[in-house]
Design a protein around this ligand. Structure first.
Ligand code: ATP
Ligand code: MG
Length: 149
């Protein structure tokens, strides 16, 4: 299905901001208007990454920047938060099923499946998900999906 990215992303952001009015989400879309995909699958990637950014936010900087743009034959969905960040040695673990970083920040009710699910889904969609992060500064998750299929 041909997804209008602006409408699609803004809808998801709006529904989050009804729940979490104190969390700011900035959307930037450059050089691309539509994307052929399953909106339920793409939507669950957005939901998981936004939910994480919210859960692992810093009390002082509740902010997420979502950028959508094209790079060569791919579309990139970028999620940059100013949250608590992820220790370098934990990066390889966070995509594992049921893995959660043991720290005081861990949320009750989290099971540690969100990113494992995202990884499986992105693989299924012939794409990739990567992260760079600095503890105390924030995390940057990037989903790359093929644009022309
Ligand atoms: P679930 O998604 O199943 O509700 P969860 O959010 O704990 O639980 P994942 O989404 O798989 O699980 O994330 C795994 C772990 O990676 C989290 O427990 C958290 O420690 C860390 N993490 C994920 N996203 C972020 C983020 N944006 N900032 C800091 N840490 C993160
Ligand atoms: Mg999660």
């Amino acid at each position: 299905e041909e997804i209008n990215l602006e409408i699609f992303a803004q809808n998801i952001i709006d529904s989050f901001q009804i729940k979490y009015a104190d969390y700011e989400i900035d959307l930037s879309i450059k050089g691309v208007e539509t994307f052929k995909s399953d909106p339920l699958l793409l939507g669950s990637l957005f939901d998981n990454l936004i939910e994480n950014a919210y859960k692992y936010a810093n009390p002082g900087s509740k902010f997420l920047k979502i950028s959508i743009y094209k790079s060569k034959k791919n579309i990139i969905f970028s999620f940059e938060d100013k949250g608590i960040g992820i220790d370098r040695k934990e990066i390889k673990n966070i995509f594992k099923k049921f893995y959660r970083i043991q720290s005081q920040y861990n949320q009750q009710g989290s099971v540690g499946l969100g990113l494992a699910f995202c990884k499986e889904l992105v693989n299924f969609m012939d794409g990739d998900i990567t992260v760079t992060s600095r503890p105390g500064i924030g995390s940057h998750f990037k989903i790359t999906l093929p644009y022309d299929r």
